[in-house]
Design a protein around this ligand. Structure first.
Ligand code: SAM
Length: 325
């Protein structure tokens, strides 16, 4: 599948729910509206859409949300998607809270690897950012994922001034002890957080400068995956440090992805509001050909890039959890 700007689109992020067991301050604003339960696609409906999209070339899959592990029997969905002919890889974005119980069944079902969000290594700060999360459970979850071979382990850190920016070095030093790939991410502006984003935004250039000042960081080969991070390594370190810079270094020219929301919309860009409603034809019993045509026609509207700026968002999106961040 190639879009009008010559980008090959082969990566599908599937939001299985907009619900989450955390309330991260930059992600889920108070009073957010949730998708009606009846509108959330069943596993069978997701499987049917992934089959159609897979035939069009979207073969590398990531399950996300909301928090995907709060959806009941997630391993069953992984098994269903792994059984689709042509599926190349299934990965998971999670906050890690439920990985101690789910890492093994997910692995058995066919999951390849996990990305875990972890914004602080300090229990109190973690609790504050996540509005109540238990850091120890997340760390135990990461260990469980590692033990089950859900590799490479990627840790996502959204850097916020005055919250966790004092922990950048601690996170980077972790990569000298563990084979983890710690990726620093710039906080993005959404309808629900623009003021907060302007106040707390830290560019990845700033993070990188402060790590380089400590010495030793060298460019590293890309870590297996489908994302836009650039990687560095300390000499001899088992892990890497990565930077994801949606604002400071726009990477839309390398965009390879579409997003399927929990209520069956195919979102063409995280920050452009164009989406294709696939739930309606699916639930009306339309044929696979017709749905595939709709996708191919809609793909022509994939925007060239987003126009995010500090303190201003280019979309009506309130939270990433609504589309699958
Ligand atoms: N619950 C899962 C998790 O924690 O990874 C998956 C969904 S979460 C929306 C996916 C990623 O989006 C997380 O790494 C989170 O930190 C990131 N995220 C959410 N809002 C963000 C924002 N405003 N700016 C940057 N990253 C954001």
């Amino acid at each position: 599948m190639r879009d009008p700007f010559g980008r090959d689109i082969d990566y599908l992020r599937i939001s299985v729910t907009d619900r989450c067991n955390l309330r991260c301050i930059y992600c889920i604003p108070e009073g957010m509206e949730w998708i009606e339960k009846a509108d959330i696609l069943s596993y069978e409906e997701i499987e049917r859409l992934v089959r159609i999209l897979g035939r069009l070339g979207l073969r590398r899959l990531r399950l996300t949300g909301g928090e995907p592990t709060v959806r009941r029997q997630l391993p069953r969905l992984v098994e269903m998607l792994a059984a689709i002919e042509g599926t190349e890889e299934i990965s998971l974005s999670t906050n890690g809270l439920k990985l101690t119980e789910l890492a093994a069944p997910l692995r058995r079902a066919g999951l390849s690897r996990v990305n875990v969000s972890l914004d602080s290594l300090d229990e109190g700060c973690f609790r504050e950012i996540t509005r109540g999360g238990d850091l120890r459970k997340v760390l135990a979850g990461i260990e469980a994922a590692e033990k089950e071979g859900l590799l490479p382990i990627k840790i996502n850190v959204v850097v916020m001034r005055g919250k966790n920016d004092g922990e950048i070095t601690d996170f980077a030093l972790l990569t000298q002890q563990r084979p983890w790939n710690v990726r620093f991410i710039e906080m993005m502006p959404l309808e629900g957080n623009v003021g907060e984003q302007e106040a707390r935004y830290v560019s990845t250039d700033e993070v990188r400068r402060s790590l380089e000042a400590l010495g030793g960081l060298e460019p590293a080969e890309a870590v297996r995956g489908n994302g836009p991070a650039t990687y560095f390594r300390y000499p001899g370190a088992p892990g890497t440090v990565g930077f994801i810079s949606p604002l400071n270094h726009n990477f839309c020219d390398r965009c390879n992805r579409l997003r399927l929301t929990a209520n069956g919309r195919l979102r063409l860009c995280l920050f452009g509001d164009n989406e294709i409603d696939l739930a309606t034809p699916l639930r009306a019993g339309r044929g696979e050909e017709e749905i595939a045509e709709k996708v191919l026609g809609g793909l022509m509207a994939k925007p060239q890039r987003h126009y995010l700026e500090l303190g201003s968002t280019a979309s009506r999106l309130i939270a990433l959890s609504q589309v699958g961040g």
